[in-house]
Design a protein around this ligand. Sequence first.
Ligand code: NDP
Length: 396
Amino acid sequence: MKQVTLLGATGSIGLSTLDVIARHPDQFSVFALTANTQVERLYQQCRAYQPEYAVMVDPQAAEQLQQKLQQAALDTRVLAGIDGLIQVASDKRTDYVMAAIVGAAGLQPTLAAARAGKRVLLANKEALVMSGRLFMDAIKENQAELLPIDSEHNAIFQCIPGRLAGNVKELGVRRILLTGSGGPFRQTPLSQLGAVTPEQAVAHPNWDMGRKISVDSATMMNKGLELIEACWLFDAVPDFIQIVVHPQSVVHSMVEYNDGSVLAQLGQPDMRTPIAHAMAWPARMDSGVDRLDLFDVAHLDFERPDYERFPCLQLAEHAARQSGTAPTILNAANEVAVQAFLDNGLGFTGIADVVKSVLNVMSSRDASDLDTILADDEQARQYAHEYIHQAHTRVK
Ligand code: NDP
């Protein structure tokens, strides 16, 4: 029986993970569930899964949860704050840690899980984007297992059998083909992009995801973050990875070998497949996902990415080549810009402008310690806020 800590239990990945766990009560038990502010949802999850711990980052939300659990006579212990996240991610009774907090907030608990030698099921790509070297070293030094949950990286992993991480060139891999749907605005006239709304941006054509990653998919920043993620996971340089726009989201990524073979992983666009794969690895188990009907799919399209339409992708590729803290700066500026867009405080095309301006004013530094990474993360957020504020002033 594996004990699972689920960081970000109330989100889209969190719900899919609990769905998979519920199908295998003989193999998995929930040790801890965490959330930020959604008290009612975490409470309902505590009722259903009776974990040892529940963590709410927000202290008031933690108090509310505590009261509700007491009233229901449930003995799940409640912790608050980031220390609570770190505690449950590294508790010696936990075997698997699902890292499904959105954004930079997931970095420290995910790193704690790696340092404690857990099987880390990594959905929180921002953690790896920010601290790739530190994180990969922590995995290696503590004999932790790192399994990618992002469907593309999970697909690549499945196309390189038996290999958890490391340099794929040694295995005869010539190229990684990282696929992405192109999001909801792949064919929208460029002149209309400035006026698209948050509701349009989060309406992804194939995937049902949280709001932040949905906006990242619409700008294709998500693919840029994934490129950086893939470089760390598979010890590759950016030029080793070709991004391929594939609107159907059926081929989740591909690996090309020296002999000309191209291996692909196909499946429904449903995150329960990579989650079940990573949890059961190296075995396989039922995920609840419908089988793929190729007669329904009928055809698969592939296109080159359009950098004029998706400037965020180019900015991310540039940051990936620069390395150091450039990806941290990119990620932080993007998080601020996406939130401003979702709050109707910035236009859609303004997201790339914010990221570009912050990358221009900050210089990339060596990213081998957490203090430097966190300092550049904070500085980039500050610059991004200033840029957005100034843009408003200019408009007025
Ligand atoms: P959601 O927005 O749906 O969920 C985010 C989760 O993180 C919630 O549980 C939320 O709690 C919690 N959270 C938010 N802010 C904080 C914070 N400051 N501190 C602690 N916890 C916090 O996101 P997704 O599930 O869509 O995405 C999670 C991660 O997985 C992201 O990194 C994303 O890129 C990645 N991913 C997601 C995919 C998907 O299909 N959704 C696919 C591939 C990767 P609360 O509910 O209380 O706010």
